[in-house]
Ligand binder design. Structure first.
Ligand code: ADP
Ligand code: ADP
Length: 233
């Protein structure tokens, strides 16, 4: 079953002579429970694709079915709702609020949703414990290592119970030990059934996925199954 299905997806920025075709009739599917890596040189359309998959942006043309629902022509408001319901985001630079504790950062998406404080605290604490940070609840990002910050970001991405995690270079700023920790956590979440789409420049990082989709100039030029993907069949 495809949780993500895009067909003939195009994205054009600007108009006329300055128009940039960032995605050119891209078609691909991601199965529920799959872990897909997206690779490709800078400017090949990876971020544009992730923004559309995460319902942060809409395509110029083509269709995007998210869990069977055509979201390509939804309004801003409808997209926000779907996004909050289904998608968790992880970024290379963590995007944590620097003045807030780990706990408060993880609470943030629930504050936005109006979840009562006691329930928020309980869920946030549990999420932080699940990524091994039960003893760092009150530390601020500046008091945590890069790997720990990324674990806070993963905990934050989990509190709305997403079906999909979109990770943009999640290990790009980390040393190799932290990189391994983060990949292990992502693998664990994937084994629990969360679908993951991850952009990376690193072949070794990509090899943790089931499949690697290679982009160039706004098009998919190749797809490879990794050993993990072959073993999974
Ligand atoms: P990648 O993530 O692979 O580096 P992007 O999706 O960021 O690629 O960019 C694809 C192309 O679209 C590039 O040529 C880039 O300059 C262009 N682009 C991306 N975002 C915008 C934007 N907001 N406005 C205009 N052009 C953009
Ligand atoms: P703790 O270490 O107990 O998590 P925090 O300082 O992160 O403590 O937060 C305590 C409370 O104060 C939280 O409810 C949080 O919402 C609020 N708070 C913390 N920092 C700020 C701030 N800079 N602006 C507004 N409210 C804040």
């Amino acid at each position: 079953l495809s949780i993500i299905k895009v067909s003939n997806l195009s994205k054009i920025y600007g108009e006329g002579e300055v128009a940039v075709k960032a995605l050119k009739e891209v078609s691909f599917e991601v199965d529920e429970g799959e872990f897909v890596a997206v690779m490709g040189p800078s400017g090949s359309g990876k971020s544009t694709l992730m923004n559309i998959l995460g319902c942060l942006d809409t395509p110029t043309s083509g269709e995007y079915y998210l869990d069977g629902v055509n979201v390509s022509s939804m309004s801003e408001k409808e997209l926000a709702k779907i996004r909050n319901l289904k998608v968790g985001f992880i970024f290379q630079t963590f995007n944590l609020l620097p003045r807030f504790s780990a706990l408060r950062n993880v609470e943030q998406p629930m504050i936005y949703k109006g979840v009562p404080r006691q329930k928020r605290l309980k869920i946030a604490r549990k999420a932080l414990e699940s990524v091994g940070l039960g003893d760092r609840l009150h530390h601020k990002p500046s008091e945590l290592s890069g790997g720990q910050c990324q674990r806070v970001a993963i905990a934050r991405s989990l509190v709305n119970d997403p079906q999909i995690i979109l990770a943009d270079e999640p290990t790009g700023n980390l040393d190799s030990k932290s990189e391994e920790d983060i990949l292990e956590i992502l693998n664990g979440l994937n084994e629990k059934g969360i679908t993951i789409v991850m952009v990376t420049h690193d072949r070794v990082v990509a090899s943790h996925a089931h499949r690697i989709v290679h982009f160039k100039d706004g098009e998919i030029i190749r797809e490879d199954k990794t050993q993990n993907g072959i073993n999974r069949e």
